[in-house]
Design a protein around this ligand. Structure first.
Ligand code: G4P
Length: 529
Protein backbone atom coordinates (compact mmCIF):
# COMPACT_ATOMS: atom_id res chain seq x y z
CA UNK A 1 0.00 0.00 0.00
CA UNK A 2 1.26 3.39 -0.94
CA UNK A 3 1.43 5.68 2.06
CA UNK A 4 -0.84 8.68 2.48
CA UNK A 5 1.86 11.34 2.08
CA UNK A 6 2.83 9.87 -1.24
CA UNK A 7 -0.81 9.78 -2.39
CA UNK A 8 -1.28 13.39 -1.28
CA UNK A 9 1.71 14.44 -3.36
CA UNK A 10 0.25 12.71 -6.41
CA UNK A 11 -3.26 14.04 -5.89
CA UNK A 12 -2.16 17.64 -5.81
CA UNK A 13 -0.25 17.50 -9.09
CA UNK A 14 -1.66 18.94 -12.31
CA UNK A 15 0.45 18.69 -15.42
CA UNK A 16 -0.70 20.59 -18.47
CA UNK A 17 0.39 22.33 -21.66
CA UNK A 18 -1.05 25.21 -23.63
CA UNK A 19 -2.21 24.64 -27.18
CA UNK A 20 -2.95 27.60 -29.40
CA UNK A 21 -2.38 29.22 -32.74
CA UNK A 22 0.65 31.54 -32.84
CA UNK A 23 -0.21 35.01 -31.48
CA UNK A 24 -3.31 33.88 -29.61
CA UNK A 25 -1.57 34.82 -26.37
CA UNK A 26 0.15 31.71 -25.05
CA UNK A 27 3.25 33.55 -23.86
CA UNK A 28 1.21 36.27 -22.20
CA UNK A 29 -0.94 33.72 -20.42
CA UNK A 30 2.11 31.78 -19.29
CA UNK A 31 3.43 34.99 -17.80
CA UNK A 32 0.19 35.65 -15.91
CA UNK A 33 -0.13 32.05 -14.78
CA UNK A 34 3.34 32.31 -13.28
CA UNK A 35 2.40 35.59 -11.66
CA UNK A 36 -0.50 33.86 -9.94
CA UNK A 37 1.75 30.95 -9.11
CA UNK A 38 4.05 33.45 -7.46
CA UNK A 39 6.87 32.03 -9.45
CA UNK A 40 7.84 35.47 -10.71
CA UNK A 41 7.56 38.82 -9.04
CA UNK A 42 5.90 40.86 -11.76
CA UNK A 43 4.60 39.89 -15.12
CA UNK A 44 6.79 40.99 -17.95
CA UNK A 45 9.78 38.86 -17.08
CA UNK A 46 8.62 36.00 -19.27
CA UNK A 47 8.87 37.88 -22.51
CA UNK A 48 9.50 41.52 -21.93
CA UNK A 49 8.58 42.63 -25.38
CA UNK A 50 10.51 45.66 -26.44
CA UNK A 51 12.22 45.88 -23.08
CA UNK A 52 15.14 43.75 -24.15
CA UNK A 53 14.23 41.08 -21.66
CA UNK A 54 13.23 37.70 -22.90
CA UNK A 55 11.08 34.89 -21.72
CA UNK A 56 12.63 32.86 -19.01
CA UNK A 57 11.25 29.98 -20.98
CA UNK A 58 12.91 31.10 -24.19
CA UNK A 59 16.37 29.72 -24.00
CA UNK A 60 18.06 29.77 -27.29
CA UNK A 61 19.59 32.65 -29.16
CA UNK A 62 17.50 31.79 -32.17
CA UNK A 63 14.37 32.31 -30.22
CA UNK A 64 15.54 35.66 -29.02
CA UNK A 65 16.40 36.72 -32.55
CA UNK A 66 13.15 35.62 -34.00
CA UNK A 67 10.92 36.14 -31.03
CA UNK A 68 9.53 32.65 -31.25
CA UNK A 69 9.74 29.91 -28.76
CA UNK A 70 11.51 26.82 -30.05
CA UNK A 71 12.30 24.90 -26.94
CA UNK A 72 9.96 23.22 -24.56
CA UNK A 73 10.42 24.37 -21.05
CA UNK A 74 8.84 23.28 -17.85
CA UNK A 75 7.56 25.47 -15.06
CA UNK A 76 6.31 24.33 -11.69
CA UNK A 77 4.30 26.50 -9.32
CA UNK A 78 1.78 26.20 -6.50
CA UNK A 79 -1.84 27.26 -6.96
CA UNK A 80 -4.92 26.67 -4.80
CA UNK A 81 -3.37 23.82 -2.87
CA UNK A 82 -2.14 22.15 -6.05
CA UNK A 83 1.30 21.91 -7.56
CA UNK A 84 1.00 22.80 -11.21
CA UNK A 85 3.46 21.75 -13.89
CA UNK A 86 3.13 23.81 -17.04
CA UNK A 87 4.95 22.43 -20.03
CA UNK A 88 5.63 25.10 -22.59
CA UNK A 89 5.39 24.06 -26.21
CA UNK A 90 6.98 25.68 -29.20
CA UNK A 91 4.42 27.83 -30.93
CA UNK A 92 5.94 27.85 -34.35
CA UNK A 93 4.60 25.30 -36.77
CA UNK A 94 8.03 24.08 -37.74
CA UNK A 95 8.55 22.61 -34.34
CA UNK A 96 5.36 20.67 -34.20
CA UNK A 97 7.10 17.37 -33.55
CA UNK A 98 8.33 18.70 -30.24
CA UNK A 99 4.85 19.88 -29.44
CA UNK A 100 3.31 16.52 -30.22
CA UNK A 101 5.75 14.76 -27.96
CA UNK A 102 5.18 17.23 -25.17
CA UNK A 103 1.46 16.51 -25.39
CA UNK A 104 2.20 12.87 -24.51
CA UNK A 105 3.66 14.06 -21.21
CA UNK A 106 0.68 16.06 -19.91
CA UNK A 107 -2.62 15.09 -18.32
CA UNK A 108 -4.63 18.05 -19.58
CA UNK A 109 -4.38 20.99 -21.96
CA UNK A 110 -5.34 24.62 -21.94
CA UNK A 111 -6.64 25.71 -25.33
CA UNK A 112 -6.19 29.43 -25.90
CA UNK A 113 -8.28 31.06 -28.60
CA UNK A 114 -8.01 34.61 -29.88
CA UNK A 115 -11.64 35.63 -29.47
CA UNK A 116 -11.38 38.10 -32.33
CA UNK A 117 -10.34 35.31 -34.67
CA UNK A 118 -11.94 32.12 -33.41
CA UNK A 119 -10.67 28.62 -34.13
CA UNK A 120 -7.47 28.77 -36.16
CA UNK A 121 -5.52 26.23 -38.11
CA UNK A 122 -2.83 25.28 -35.66
CA UNK A 123 -5.33 24.82 -32.84
CA UNK A 124 -7.27 22.47 -35.07
CA UNK A 125 -4.20 20.33 -35.67
CA UNK A 126 -3.16 20.26 -32.05
CA UNK A 127 -6.65 19.30 -30.96
CA UNK A 128 -6.42 16.30 -33.27
CA UNK A 129 -3.34 15.22 -31.37
CA UNK A 130 -4.96 15.60 -27.97
CA UNK A 131 -7.78 13.43 -29.27
CA UNK A 132 -5.43 10.48 -29.61
CA UNK A 133 -5.37 10.23 -25.84
CA UNK A 134 -8.69 11.97 -25.06
CA UNK A 135 -6.80 14.61 -23.09
CA UNK A 136 -9.16 16.86 -21.11
CA UNK A 137 -9.26 20.42 -22.46
CA UNK A 138 -9.89 23.71 -20.65
CA UNK A 139 -10.61 26.67 -22.97
CA UNK A 140 -9.64 30.32 -22.55
CA UNK A 141 -11.10 32.90 -24.93
CA UNK A 142 -8.50 35.64 -24.96
CA UNK A 143 -8.26 39.31 -25.92
CA UNK A 144 -11.63 40.45 -24.61
CA UNK A 145 -10.14 43.94 -24.36
CA UNK A 146 -10.44 44.02 -28.14
CA UNK A 147 -13.51 43.83 -30.32
CA UNK A 148 -14.21 40.14 -30.41
CA UNK A 149 -16.64 37.96 -32.28
CA UNK A 150 -20.03 37.10 -30.86
CA UNK A 151 -19.30 34.79 -27.88
CA UNK A 152 -22.14 32.41 -28.71
CA UNK A 153 -20.83 32.12 -32.24
CA UNK A 154 -17.36 31.34 -30.86
CA UNK A 155 -18.72 28.49 -28.79
CA UNK A 156 -20.62 27.15 -31.80
CA UNK A 157 -17.46 27.25 -33.82
CA UNK A 158 -15.47 25.34 -31.20
CA UNK A 159 -18.23 22.75 -30.96
CA UNK A 160 -18.62 22.21 -34.68
CA UNK A 161 -15.01 22.54 -35.78
CA UNK A 162 -13.28 20.83 -32.91
CA UNK A 163 -16.04 18.44 -32.08
CA UNK A 164 -16.08 19.12 -28.37
CA UNK A 165 -19.03 20.37 -26.29
CA UNK A 166 -18.61 23.77 -24.62
CA UNK A 167 -19.67 24.54 -21.09
CA UNK A 168 -19.20 28.27 -20.44
CA UNK A 169 -18.09 28.83 -16.86
CA UNK A 170 -17.77 32.57 -17.23
CA UNK A 171 -19.62 34.85 -19.63
CA UNK A 172 -18.23 38.15 -20.91
CA UNK A 173 -19.85 41.50 -20.38
CA UNK A 174 -19.06 43.65 -23.37
CA UNK A 175 -15.71 43.68 -25.11
CA UNK A 176 -13.07 46.08 -26.37
CA UNK A 177 -13.31 49.45 -24.67
CA UNK A 178 -16.64 48.37 -23.23
CA UNK A 179 -15.29 45.23 -21.56
CA UNK A 180 -16.67 45.27 -18.02
CA UNK A 181 -15.82 41.83 -16.71
CA UNK A 182 -17.39 38.38 -16.61
CA UNK A 183 -20.30 36.72 -14.94
CA UNK A 184 -19.30 33.46 -13.26
CA UNK A 185 -22.13 31.00 -13.92
CA UNK A 186 -21.25 28.57 -11.15
CA UNK A 187 -20.57 31.18 -8.49
CA UNK A 188 -23.48 33.40 -9.55
CA UNK A 189 -21.38 36.51 -9.33
CA UNK A 190 -19.99 39.16 -11.60
CA UNK A 191 -16.28 39.83 -11.48
CA UNK A 192 -15.48 43.36 -12.58
CA UNK A 193 -12.60 44.27 -14.81
CA UNK A 194 -10.38 47.28 -14.34
CA UNK A 195 -7.91 48.38 -16.97
CA UNK A 196 -4.29 49.15 -16.36
CA UNK A 197 -3.70 46.22 -14.02
CA UNK A 198 -1.92 43.95 -16.45
CA UNK A 199 1.26 43.58 -14.47
CA UNK A 200 -0.10 42.87 -11.04
CA UNK A 201 -2.64 40.69 -9.38
CA UNK A 202 -5.78 42.79 -9.35
CA UNK A 203 -7.91 43.47 -6.39
CA UNK A 204 -11.03 41.45 -7.11
CA UNK A 205 -14.30 43.36 -7.19
CA UNK A 206 -17.42 41.25 -7.39
CA UNK A 207 -21.16 41.67 -7.40
CA UNK A 208 -23.17 38.76 -6.10
CA UNK A 209 -26.29 37.66 -8.02
CA UNK A 210 -27.70 38.71 -11.38
CA UNK A 211 -30.62 40.72 -10.11
CA UNK A 212 -28.53 42.77 -7.75
CA UNK A 213 -29.08 46.51 -8.50
CA UNK A 214 -25.42 46.99 -7.69
CA UNK A 215 -24.71 45.22 -11.00
CA UNK A 216 -26.64 47.88 -12.93
CA UNK A 217 -24.79 50.54 -11.01
CA UNK A 218 -21.41 49.02 -11.84
CA UNK A 219 -21.79 48.11 -15.49
CA UNK A 220 -24.69 50.32 -16.55
CA UNK A 221 -28.37 49.49 -17.02
CA UNK A 222 -28.05 48.65 -20.66
CA UNK A 223 -25.22 46.13 -20.35
CA UNK A 224 -26.80 44.62 -17.24
CA UNK A 225 -30.07 44.06 -19.08
CA UNK A 226 -28.26 42.63 -22.07
CA UNK A 227 -26.31 40.29 -19.81
CA UNK A 228 -29.47 38.96 -18.20
CA UNK A 229 -31.05 38.34 -21.58
CA UNK A 230 -27.93 36.73 -23.00
CA UNK A 231 -27.49 34.45 -20.04
CA UNK A 232 -30.99 33.11 -20.41
CA UNK A 233 -30.11 32.15 -23.94
CA UNK A 234 -26.68 30.82 -23.02
CA UNK A 235 -27.95 28.60 -20.26
CA UNK A 236 -30.62 27.22 -22.58
CA UNK A 237 -28.35 26.71 -25.56
CA UNK A 238 -25.07 25.50 -24.09
CA UNK A 239 -23.96 22.55 -22.03
CA UNK A 240 -23.63 22.39 -18.29
CA UNK A 241 -20.24 21.44 -16.96
CA UNK A 242 -19.92 17.72 -16.29
CA UNK A 243 -16.76 16.35 -14.76
CA UNK A 244 -17.02 12.97 -16.44
CA UNK A 245 -17.48 14.36 -19.94
CA UNK A 246 -14.58 16.74 -19.30
CA UNK A 247 -12.28 13.93 -18.21
CA UNK A 248 -13.25 11.95 -21.29
CA UNK A 249 -12.22 14.89 -23.48
CA UNK A 250 -15.79 15.34 -24.70
CA UNK A 251 -16.58 18.66 -23.04
CA UNK A 252 -14.53 21.74 -22.31
CA UNK A 253 -15.17 24.40 -19.66
CA UNK A 254 -14.83 27.81 -21.31
CA UNK A 255 -13.48 31.00 -19.72
CA UNK A 256 -13.34 34.51 -21.12
CA UNK A 257 -10.76 37.16 -20.34
CA UNK A 258 -7.74 39.10 -21.39
CA UNK A 259 -4.27 37.82 -20.69
CA UNK A 260 -2.78 41.20 -21.45
CA UNK A 261 -5.11 42.89 -18.97
CA UNK A 262 -4.50 39.99 -16.58
CA UNK A 263 -8.18 39.27 -16.22
CA UNK A 264 -9.77 35.84 -16.17
CA UNK A 265 -6.56 33.82 -16.08
CA UNK A 266 -7.11 33.15 -12.39
CA UNK A 267 -10.67 31.90 -13.02
CA UNK A 268 -9.29 29.50 -15.55
CA UNK A 269 -6.58 28.33 -13.14
CA UNK A 270 -9.17 27.71 -10.46
CA UNK A 271 -11.12 25.49 -12.84
CA UNK A 272 -8.02 23.73 -14.03
CA UNK A 273 -6.73 22.91 -10.57
CA UNK A 274 -10.16 21.82 -9.38
CA UNK A 275 -11.15 19.65 -12.32
CA UNK A 276 -8.13 18.65 -14.36
CA UNK A 277 -6.98 15.12 -13.69
CA UNK A 278 -4.20 14.23 -11.30
CA UNK A 279 -1.32 12.25 -12.83
CA UNK A 280 -2.78 9.61 -15.10
CA UNK A 281 -1.62 6.07 -15.90
CA UNK A 282 0.52 5.49 -18.98
CA UNK A 283 0.46 2.45 -21.23
CA UNK A 284 3.36 0.05 -21.73
CA UNK A 285 3.38 -3.00 -24.00
CA UNK A 286 2.54 -5.11 -20.97
CA UNK A 287 0.14 -3.10 -18.86
CA UNK A 288 -0.93 0.35 -17.72
CA UNK A 289 1.36 1.80 -15.07
CA UNK A 290 -0.49 3.71 -12.34
CA UNK A 291 0.84 6.85 -10.67
CA UNK A 292 0.43 5.44 -7.17
CA UNK A 293 2.65 2.43 -7.81
CA UNK A 294 5.60 2.68 -5.46
CA UNK A 295 8.31 1.79 -7.91
CA UNK A 296 9.64 4.67 -9.94
CA UNK A 297 9.05 4.85 -13.69
CA UNK A 298 9.00 7.52 -16.36
CA UNK A 299 9.73 8.30 -19.99
CA UNK A 300 11.82 10.82 -21.87
CA UNK A 301 9.78 13.00 -24.22
CA UNK A 302 12.28 15.67 -25.06
CA UNK A 303 16.00 16.27 -25.20
CA UNK A 304 17.39 19.73 -25.29
CA UNK A 305 20.94 20.90 -25.65
CA UNK A 306 22.46 24.04 -24.27
CA UNK A 307 19.39 25.63 -22.85
CA UNK A 308 21.58 27.93 -20.93
CA UNK A 309 24.91 28.80 -22.47
CA UNK A 310 26.46 28.67 -18.99
CA UNK A 311 25.54 25.01 -18.66
CA UNK A 312 26.86 23.45 -21.81
CA UNK A 313 25.13 20.14 -21.44
CA UNK A 314 22.20 18.27 -22.82
CA UNK A 315 19.17 17.62 -20.72
CA UNK A 316 16.64 14.84 -21.16
CA UNK A 317 13.17 15.75 -19.93
CA UNK A 318 11.55 12.84 -18.14
CA UNK A 319 7.91 12.69 -17.14
CA UNK A 320 7.52 10.68 -13.94
CA UNK A 321 4.71 8.15 -14.35
CA UNK A 322 4.89 6.29 -11.04
CA UNK A 323 6.81 6.23 -7.78
CA UNK A 324 9.08 8.86 -6.41
CA UNK A 325 12.37 10.27 -7.57
CA UNK A 326 14.86 10.67 -4.76
CA UNK A 327 18.24 12.23 -5.14
CA UNK A 328 20.87 9.56 -5.57
CA UNK A 329 18.48 6.80 -6.55
CA UNK A 330 19.31 4.09 -9.03
CA UNK A 331 17.31 3.93 -12.25
CA UNK A 332 17.31 1.42 -15.04
CA UNK A 333 17.42 2.69 -18.60
CA UNK A 334 15.30 -0.05 -20.12
CA UNK A 335 16.59 0.22 -23.71
CA UNK A 336 20.18 -0.42 -22.65
CA UNK A 337 19.45 -2.43 -19.51
CA UNK A 338 21.94 -0.29 -17.64
CA UNK A 339 21.43 0.86 -14.07
CA UNK A 340 22.52 4.41 -13.39
CA UNK A 341 22.66 6.41 -10.21
CA UNK A 342 21.00 9.82 -10.61
CA UNK A 343 22.03 12.41 -8.09
CA UNK A 344 21.71 15.61 -10.04
CA UNK A 345 18.30 15.67 -11.68
CA UNK A 346 16.99 19.13 -12.41
CA UNK A 347 13.66 20.72 -11.89
CA UNK A 348 12.41 23.86 -13.55
CA UNK A 349 10.93 26.56 -11.43
CA UNK A 350 9.99 29.37 -13.80
CA UNK A 351 12.94 28.59 -16.00
CA UNK A 352 15.51 28.50 -13.23
CA UNK A 353 17.20 25.22 -12.88
CA UNK A 354 17.40 23.88 -9.40
CA UNK A 355 18.52 20.58 -8.08
CA UNK A 356 15.64 18.58 -6.68
CA UNK A 357 15.74 16.25 -3.75
CA UNK A 358 12.56 14.47 -4.72
CA UNK A 359 9.88 14.52 -7.38
CA UNK A 360 6.56 12.78 -7.90
CA UNK A 361 4.31 11.42 -10.65
CA UNK A 362 3.25 14.24 -12.95
CA UNK A 363 6.52 16.08 -12.38
CA UNK A 364 9.15 16.57 -15.02
CA UNK A 365 12.77 16.13 -14.11
CA UNK A 366 15.79 16.93 -16.23
CA UNK A 367 18.48 14.29 -16.53
CA UNK A 368 21.95 15.24 -17.64
CA UNK A 369 22.64 13.48 -20.85
CA UNK A 370 25.97 12.81 -22.42
CA UNK A 371 24.53 11.23 -25.50
CA UNK A 372 23.27 8.00 -23.98
CA UNK A 373 19.64 8.97 -23.56
CA UNK A 374 17.18 9.03 -26.45
CA UNK A 375 13.68 10.38 -26.85
CA UNK A 376 11.22 7.68 -25.85
CA UNK A 377 13.56 6.03 -23.34
CA UNK A 378 11.86 4.45 -20.34
CA UNK A 379 13.50 4.58 -16.92
CA UNK A 380 12.36 2.25 -14.12
CA UNK A 381 13.39 0.87 -10.80
CA UNK A 382 14.31 -2.49 -12.25
CA UNK A 383 11.17 -3.17 -14.31
CA UNK A 384 11.63 -3.98 -17.96
CA UNK A 385 8.46 -2.49 -19.46
CA UNK A 386 8.57 0.31 -22.01
CA UNK A 387 6.19 3.22 -22.40
CA UNK A 388 4.93 3.72 -25.95
CA UNK A 389 3.22 6.37 -27.97
CA UNK A 390 5.96 8.92 -28.44
CA UNK A 391 5.91 9.67 -32.13
CA UNK A 392 8.40 10.59 -34.80
CA UNK A 393 6.84 11.94 -37.98
CA UNK A 394 8.02 11.27 -41.49
CA UNK A 395 9.73 14.47 -42.60
CA UNK A 396 8.34 16.32 -45.57
CA UNK A 397 11.36 18.41 -46.55
CA UNK A 398 14.80 17.18 -47.40
CA UNK A 399 18.21 18.62 -48.09
CA UNK A 400 21.64 17.19 -48.54
CA UNK A 401 24.01 18.58 -45.96
CA UNK A 402 27.67 19.05 -46.70
CA UNK A 403 30.68 20.46 -44.87
CA UNK A 404 32.61 23.53 -45.83
CA UNK A 405 35.68 21.83 -44.38
CA UNK A 406 35.61 18.17 -45.45
CA UNK A 407 38.01 17.10 -42.70
CA UNK A 408 35.34 17.34 -40.08
CA UNK A 409 33.04 14.65 -41.46
CA UNK A 410 33.08 12.63 -38.23
CA UNK A 411 32.12 15.64 -36.18
CA UNK A 412 29.29 16.44 -38.57
CA UNK A 413 27.90 12.93 -38.35
CA UNK A 414 28.12 12.94 -34.57
CA UNK A 415 26.33 16.28 -34.40
CA UNK A 416 23.60 15.21 -36.77
CA UNK A 417 22.99 11.96 -34.94
CA UNK A 418 22.81 13.71 -31.60
CA UNK A 419 20.46 16.34 -32.97
CA UNK A 420 18.28 13.61 -34.42
CA UNK A 421 18.23 11.78 -31.08
CA UNK A 422 16.84 14.85 -29.43
CA UNK A 423 14.30 15.22 -32.21
CA UNK A 424 15.61 18.51 -33.57
CA UNK A 425 15.86 17.04 -37.05
CA UNK A 426 16.02 13.68 -38.79
CA UNK A 427 19.03 12.39 -40.58
CA UNK A 428 19.20 9.71 -43.24
CA UNK A 429 22.29 7.93 -44.51
CA UNK A 430 21.71 6.21 -47.86
CA UNK A 431 23.02 2.63 -48.04
CA UNK A 432 24.67 3.23 -51.40
CA UNK A 433 26.70 6.40 -50.83
CA UNK A 434 28.11 8.72 -48.17
CA UNK A 435 25.49 11.43 -48.52
CA UNK A 436 23.91 12.86 -45.42
CA UNK A 437 20.29 13.80 -45.92
CA UNK A 438 18.54 15.99 -43.42
CA UNK A 439 14.79 15.70 -43.18
CA UNK A 440 12.55 18.18 -41.43
CA UNK A 441 8.89 18.68 -40.78
CA UNK A 442 9.22 22.46 -41.09
CA UNK A 443 11.72 24.60 -42.93
CA UNK A 444 12.93 26.53 -39.89
CA UNK A 445 14.43 23.32 -38.52
CA UNK A 446 17.10 23.48 -41.23
CA UNK A 447 18.36 26.84 -39.99
CA UNK A 448 18.39 25.67 -36.40
CA UNK A 449 20.47 22.64 -37.32
CA UNK A 450 23.15 24.59 -39.15
CA UNK A 451 23.32 27.11 -36.35
CA UNK A 452 23.60 24.44 -33.69
CA UNK A 453 26.18 22.45 -35.65
CA UNK A 454 28.25 25.58 -35.72
CA UNK A 455 27.91 26.59 -32.10
CA UNK A 456 27.87 23.18 -30.45
CA UNK A 457 29.91 20.97 -32.77
CA UNK A 458 32.15 23.58 -34.38
CA UNK A 459 31.35 22.52 -37.91
CA UNK A 460 30.22 24.75 -40.71
CA UNK A 461 27.75 23.00 -42.92
CA UNK A 462 25.75 24.04 -45.92
CA UNK A 463 22.74 22.60 -47.67
CA UNK A 464 22.23 21.48 -51.22
CA UNK A 465 18.92 20.67 -52.80
CA UNK A 466 18.12 17.01 -53.25
CA UNK A 467 15.25 15.40 -55.02
CA UNK A 468 13.56 13.55 -52.21
CA UNK A 469 9.80 13.85 -51.81
CA UNK A 470 9.17 11.78 -48.74
CA UNK A 471 10.49 9.07 -46.46
CA UNK A 472 8.92 6.07 -44.76
CA UNK A 473 10.17 3.77 -42.08
CA UNK A 474 10.00 0.20 -43.30
CA UNK A 475 9.80 -3.20 -41.70
CA UNK A 476 8.98 -6.74 -42.73
CA UNK A 477 8.25 -9.75 -40.53
CA UNK A 478 9.70 -12.20 -43.02
CA UNK A 479 13.52 -11.96 -42.90
CA UNK A 480 13.88 -13.51 -46.36
CA UNK A 481 11.49 -11.07 -47.98
CA UNK A 482 13.21 -8.23 -46.15
CA UNK A 483 16.57 -9.31 -47.56
CA UNK A 484 15.15 -9.43 -51.04
CA UNK A 485 13.63 -5.98 -50.56
CA UNK A 486 16.92 -4.61 -49.27
CA UNK A 487 18.69 -5.95 -52.34
CA UNK A 488 16.17 -4.75 -54.91
CA UNK A 489 15.33 -1.40 -53.39
CA UNK A 490 18.89 -0.73 -52.28
CA UNK A 491 19.18 2.57 -54.12
CA UNK A 492 16.27 4.00 -52.15
CA UNK A 493 17.16 2.72 -48.70
CA UNK A 494 18.81 4.60 -45.89
CA UNK A 495 19.39 4.36 -42.16
CA UNK A 496 18.02 7.07 -39.92
CA UNK A 497 19.77 8.51 -36.86
CA UNK A 498 18.75 5.53 -34.77
CA UNK A 499 19.81 3.00 -37.47
CA UNK A 500 16.23 2.27 -38.48
CA UNK A 501 15.74 1.22 -42.07
CA UNK A 502 13.91 3.82 -44.15
CA UNK A 503 12.75 4.20 -47.71
CA UNK A 504 13.68 7.47 -49.37
CA UNK A 505 11.33 8.25 -52.25
CA UNK A 506 12.21 10.75 -54.98
CA UNK A 507 8.51 11.16 -55.81
CA UNK A 508 5.18 10.13 -54.33
CA UNK A 509 4.59 8.01 -57.44
CA UNK A 510 7.80 6.14 -56.71
CA UNK A 511 6.66 5.52 -53.14
CA UNK A 512 3.27 4.24 -54.23
CA UNK A 513 4.88 1.90 -56.75
CA UNK A 514 7.21 0.55 -54.06
CA UNK A 515 4.29 -0.05 -51.71
CA UNK A 516 2.53 -1.96 -54.49
CA UNK A 517 5.60 -3.86 -55.52
CA UNK A 518 6.55 -5.06 -52.04
CA UNK A 519 3.26 -6.05 -50.39
CA UNK A 520 5.00 -7.83 -47.51
CA UNK A 521 6.91 -4.75 -46.50
CA UNK A 522 5.21 -2.24 -44.26
CA UNK A 523 5.77 1.48 -44.83
CA UNK A 524 5.23 3.73 -41.81
CA UNK A 525 4.58 7.46 -41.75
CA UNK A 526 5.28 7.70 -38.04
CA UNK A 527 7.70 5.81 -35.90
CA UNK A 528 7.18 5.25 -32.23
CA UNK A 529 10.20 5.37 -30.05
P1 G4P B 1 1.77 33.54 -28.50
O1 G4P B 1 2.73 33.20 -27.42
O2 G4P B 1 0.53 32.70 -28.50
O3 G4P B 1 2.34 33.65 -29.87
O4 G4P B 1 1.17 34.99 -28.20
P2 G4P B 1 1.74 36.16 -27.29
O5 G4P B 1 1.44 35.93 -25.87
O6 G4P B 1 3.14 36.46 -27.69
O7 G4P B 1 0.77 37.31 -27.78
C1 G4P B 1 0.70 37.71 -29.13
C2 G4P B 1 0.29 39.16 -29.21
O8 G4P B 1 -1.02 39.31 -28.66
C3 G4P B 1 1.17 40.07 -28.40
O9 G4P B 1 1.18 41.32 -29.08
C4 G4P B 1 0.43 40.23 -27.10
O10 G4P B 1 0.74 41.40 -26.43
C5 G4P B 1 -0.99 40.22 -27.59
N1 G4P B 1 -1.94 39.81 -26.57
C6 G4P B 1 -1.91 38.71 -25.77
N2 G4P B 1 -2.97 38.69 -24.96
C7 G4P B 1 -3.71 39.76 -25.28
C8 G4P B 1 -4.92 40.30 -24.77
O11 G4P B 1 -5.57 39.76 -23.89
N3 G4P B 1 -5.36 41.45 -25.35
C9 G4P B 1 -4.69 42.08 -26.35
N4 G4P B 1 -5.18 43.20 -26.83
N5 G4P B 1 -3.53 41.62 -26.83
C10 G4P B 1 -3.05 40.47 -26.30
P3 G4P B 1 2.34 41.73 -30.04
O12 G4P B 1 1.88 42.95 -30.71
O13 G4P B 1 2.77 40.57 -30.88
O14 G4P B 1 3.48 42.00 -29.05
P4 G4P B 1 3.78 43.38 -28.39
O15 G4P B 1 4.31 44.18 -29.50
O16 G4P B 1 2.46 43.86 -27.86
O17 G4P B 1 4.77 43.09 -27.33
Amino acid sequence: MANQDFLNEINKRRTFAIISHPDAGKTTITEKVLLFGQAIQSAGTVKGRGSGQHAKSDWMEMEKDRGISITTSVMQFPFAGCLVNLLDTPGHEDFSEDTYRTLTAVDSCLMVIDAAKGVEDRTRKLMEVTRLRDTPIVTFMNKLDRDIRDPMELLDEVESELNIACAPITWPIGCGKEFKGVYHLLRDETILYSTGQGHTIQEVRTVKGLDNPELDAQIGDELAELLREELELVVGASHEFEQEAFLAGELTPVYFGTALGNFGVDHMLEGLTEWAPKPQPRATEERDVMAQEEKFSGFVFKIQANMDPKHRDRVAFLRIVSGKYEKGMKMRQVRTGKDVRISDALTFVAGDREHVEEAYPGDIIGLHNHGSIQIGDTFTQGDSFKFGGIPNFAPEMFRRIRLKDPLKQKQLLKGLIQLSEEGAVQVFRPLINNDLIVGAVGVLQFDVVVQRLKSEYKVEAIYEPISVATARWVSCDDPKKLQEFERKANANLALDGGDNLSYIAPTMVNLNLAIERYPDVEFFKTREH
